[in-house]
Design a protein. Structure first.
Length: 111
């Protein structure tokens, strides 16, 4: 499985990495575990959008530095290309919901 990230995700990740020192290692762990998870049966994953080509999934992202609090990560799963592309990452305490406009733009650009 290939992993990519959009530019906005990279910027958000760098900002959060300055605050949460374990974030890079936690993202590597997430990449390993996301492949084994059945996101339809797991309460930590929610499908925001789905069509025959891709699924947009919101997941709880556990960061050891936060000790019990979680971040949210939005990613696109394209099974035919065997690719996961990270779209957004945010701390739930600072932002209530995902950036729906960004998700819409992402879907439009990948049709």
């Amino acid at each position: 499985m290939n992993f990519k990230e959009i530019n906005e995700f990279s910027r958000e990740f760098k900002k959060l990495l300055k605050k949460y020192k374990t974030l890079k290692q936690d993202l590597d762990n997430f990449k390993k575990s996301v492949l084994a998870v059945d996101f339809l049966k797991n309460k930590n994953f929610a499908v925001l959008y789905s069509d025959e080509r891709m699924k947009i999934i919101k997941a709880r992202f556990f960061c050891r530095y936060l000790r019990g609090k979680t971040l949210r990560i939005i990613y696109s799963l394209c099974e035919e290309k065997e690719e996961i592309e990270f779209v957004e990452i945010y701390f739930k305490g600072n932002k209530a919901n995902e950036d729906r406009e960004r998700i819409k733009q992402y879907i439009e650009s990948n049709r």
